[in-house]
Design a protein around this ligand. Structure first.
Ligand SMILES: [Zn+2]
Length: 193
């Protein structure tokens, strides 16, 4: 069981539209629990569109084109502003190896390793993410069924008793910097692109 502190709900106007936000903090003994965010529209249906977006500081905030995270987030914000739904901003940076290790993995990639090999070099699995907190947030909102906005089939299997009635793909146009990365995600991590 995980213990979670929950914030009030606040309004967040964005260039995509007006959302509501609520924060969820994992409570740990040393008080350093990760903080996650639900970003959602007023008109949540019984079967909303949901994007579980993993934090990627370089892609989400800095406009990095080394991965497709920033584009995926923008796509999700635009779509959900229009159609209604929720983005769970899941603070597991670098597939949960953290920012420092992610930068080390990038340095290994500069030296010629691909994204999966670089993680292995550092002693991690290709993907270290866990989804308990995502399940908690969905339960908190009473969401039992959803349409999942993802290219990652592992996320479809990771949401416990939540029923995924449909998978909505995110179509991203590759660029010269992330072509190789997208291909590895497809070939070695089972992503559906
Ligand atoms: Zn990224």
């Amino acid at each position: 069981m995980i213990t979670i502190d929950i914030s009030q709900i606040a309004t967040l106007p964005t260039k995509y539209g007006i959302f509501k936000i609520q924060a969820f903090k994992e409570v740990t003994k040393n008080g350093e629990g990760k903080e996650h965010l639900a970003i959602f529209t007023d008109n949540l249906s019984d079967e909303p569109i949901v994007r579980v977006h993993s934090e990627c500081l370089t892609g989400d905030a800095l406009g990095s084109v080394k991965c497709d995270c920033g584009e995926q987030l923008q796509y999700a914000l635009e779509l959900i502003a229009k159609e209604g739904g929720m983005i769970i901003y899941h603070r597991q940076e670098g597939r949960n190896i953290g920012l420092l290790n992610k930068v080390n993995a990038y340095a290994l990639q500069d030296a010629g390793f691909n994204t999966v090999e670089a993680n292995h070099q550092l002693g991690f699995k290709a993907d270290e993410r866990t989804y308990e907190v995502v399940e908690f947030i969905l339960h908190h909102f009473g969401i039992k069924k959803l349409k999942l906005l993802t290219n990652n089939p592992k996320k479809i299997e990771s949401l416990g008793d939540i029923e995924i009635i449909e998978r909505l793909p995110i179509q991203i146009t590759p660029n010269p910097h992330n072509e190789g990365y997208l291909q590895v995600k497809k070939d070695q991590m089972g992503h559906l692109l």
